[in-house]
Design a protein. Structure first.
Length: 410
């Protein structure tokens, strides 16, 4: 098995995912992806005709994100007709899975140059646009497993872990503070590709979602987002969503609803790509790798609680790499909800000072299909800035899955 070297990783800024209000909401998702494809090609002097595949994660593959957004973005970018593209959906892990699948092609020896990444325009193609819900509207499946909305799953984790509203709010405030410091020091600039209109007008060159003025008092005034939803009678026999969740956890008397808009990931638009090459191709073409893939893993977990799999996914990746938790210098654990990284930190006994050091999706936002690729690029940038060696990127995934990737600087 060969190595997959990371030549470069870039992303768009994250734009607010509100129609007509976010600065990227007027940009077609194919154009967002085309922007980073051309951005990374320009930065690396990439021979586009040598790219053997572009593997793209996208969650809501409907409307403007349907019809193979990967291939259409390649055409929109003006890349050679010979370059192929494929779109995939592993829910919130899609962007990292796109990178991992591209890496697998290189590591197997079947490809020398590939691109992985993801895109999501949540303003133009909102969550639920595919009308499938989490289970594909399979009522026979619901008799076996009734998958509740993720926010209820997050609140269930908090209840079982004994995590309070004050604790998730404190975590969220810390995410905003770390992000504010990173923005002040311009730490994200290395990977950002500005988005322009077809006429060349600058639309966005910095992340639009962070709220550096956030306070604990302001967070404390926000209503729990999933309490009313949890009380809704949605089950086959009139059970509420909370009751359906607790059927799997009968020892829990009542779900404590602690998550809200301020301690959950933000809805944003964005795209990211990562260029991966074999050693022989990089050497032959004078490409200087920034890092390499050490290990990759996915794993499933109980699908009702849904969001706990970053722990076993990270453990599996560490085992494949012959590493331990203490061997990882930096962690990027996606902040889908505050309790997700909190649960992973506790279960793996990670030093919190190594986790999401520039803030996470609570501050920056979570463009579903793109986030994993964005986090990988952020991790590599920060390894270089701190002169560290290893990072682990992990995300929780709908349906009770987790994904993890370990990268090492070279």
């Amino acid at each position: 098995m060969g190595d997959a070297f990371i030549i470069d990783a870039v992303r768009t800024p994250r734009g607010r995912g509100k129609p007509g209000k976010g600065k990227l909401s007027g940009t077609h998702p194919q154009e967002l992806l085309a922007t980073v494809l051309n951005g990374v090609a320009d930065r690396t002097n990439l021979k586009k005709e040598d790219v053997e595949d572009v593997v793209v994660g996208c969650v809501s593959q409907a409307k403007e994100q349907g019809a193979c957004v990967a291939r259409n973005a390649i055409l929109a970018a003006g890349w050679p007709d010979e370059v192929t593209g494929v779109s995939l959906n592993r829910f919130c892990g899609s962007g990292l899975q796109g990178v991992n699948f591209a890496a697998m092609g290189v590591m197997s020896g079947q490809q020398d140059l590939a691109v992985g990444g993801g895109v999501e325009s949540m303003s133009r193609v909102p969550m639920g646009s595919d009308d499938a819900q989490m289970d594909g509207m399979n009522f026979e499946l619901r008799k076996k497993v009734f998958q509740v909305p993720q926010g209820i799953s997050a609140d269930l984790i908090a209840t079982i872990d004994g995590v309070t509203r004050e604790e998730v709010d404190a975590f969220a405030l810390n995410s905003q503070k770390k992000c504010a410091e990173a923005l002040e020091e311009n730490r994200f600039a290395k990977s950002l590709i500005p988005v322009k209109s077809p006429e060349g007008e600058l639309l966005l060159d910095k992340d639009e979602h962070p709220r550096p003025s956030t306070t604990l008092e302001a967070l404390g005034q926000l209503q729990a987002s999933f309490e009313a939803m949890g009380a809704a009678p949605m089950g086959p026999n009139g059970e509420t969503l909370d009751q359906l969740a607790l059927q799997r956890y009968p020892d829990v008397n009542k779900i404590s609803h602690v998550h809200h808009a301020g301690n959950s990931s933000g809805i944003v638009d964005g795209a990211a790509v990562v260029v991966l090459a074999s050693k022989r191709y990089a050497e032959k073409n004078g490409l200087k790798p920034r890092a390499k893939i050490r290990a990759m893993a996915t794993i499933g977990a109980e699908p009702v609680i849904m969001l706990t799999a970053p722990t076993p996914a990270s453990q599996r990746a560490l085992e494949k790499a012959g590493m331990t938790v203490k061997d990882i210098d930096l962690w990027e654990i996606n902040e889908a909800f505050a309790v997700v990284p909190m649960n992973t930190i506790r279960r793996l006994e990670i030093d919190p000072e190594r986790v999401n050091v520039n803030g996470g999706a609570i501050a920056l936002g979570h463009p579903l299909g793109a986030t994993g690729a964005m986090l990988l690029g952020t991790a590599i940038d920060e390894l270089e800035r701190r002169d560290k060696q290893t990072a682990l990127i992990t995300l929780c995934i709908g349906g009770g899955m987790g994904i993890a990737t370990i990268v090492e600087r070279v």
